[in-house]
Design a binder for this molecule. Sequence first.
Ligand SMILES: [Zn+2]
Length: 251
Amino acid sequence: MADSLSPADCARMLEKAESIVALTGAGISTAAGIPDFRGPQGLYVTRRYDPSRVFDIDAFIRDPEPFYEFTRDFLSIVDDIRPTLSHRFLARLEEQGRLKSLITQNIDALHHRAGSENVIAIHGDYWISHCLKCRAELDFENFRRKVEEEAVPRCENCGGLIKPDVVFFGEPVKGMDRAIREIERADLMLVLGSSLTVYPAAALPSIARCPVIVVNLGEVKLDPGPNRHFVNENLDTYLEAVGKALGHSGN
Ligand SMILES: [Zn+2]
């Protein structure tokens, strides 16, 4: 692919930037051991879940059990997983004040667990849940406990159905206005582990008026351009080299 970027050059661009925005996709979490849902080892395939039923909001309200069966499976995978070097790399950039926000398509909440705070999870995630009746909020730890204790978690205040803030089919994506604003004012955009095939996230890099660095192993659906750099390499390996060039220690 045209115009690759050495880790040293990438590090120089990161050092110069003052307002970085990142967009992450499934590729940042597959390295942690979370299967891409749709891939050959994905839960949809190996456990025969039908995403159009599991994540359908009307089906969920009628019968939440299939969703909670999926959730128990999914969270038991997530329990054993640690954020990757790439998750930690982004948390470090935020800590340094350079990364202003992190837009993710992933629902696994690994960015939160790595220490990132300004996360815009456009497909939502499991980090926060709500009672659909009284809107009481549940944090991840309490939700995790209830999922193990109850076939279908119910609200302790009112008995209403609990739903994690994961975006279902038939629900609007979250935080798009904020994501667009952050991209418009950024002076550097990172796209990590996304092939840019799932909309609306796939359209976001085209909004950027700043340089865009795409790191993804495999094909990416974004046209080449003077301000666009494509790195077709393993994300963790590449960012480890960038981190070394930046003087990050002990990833
Ligand atoms: Zn309630």
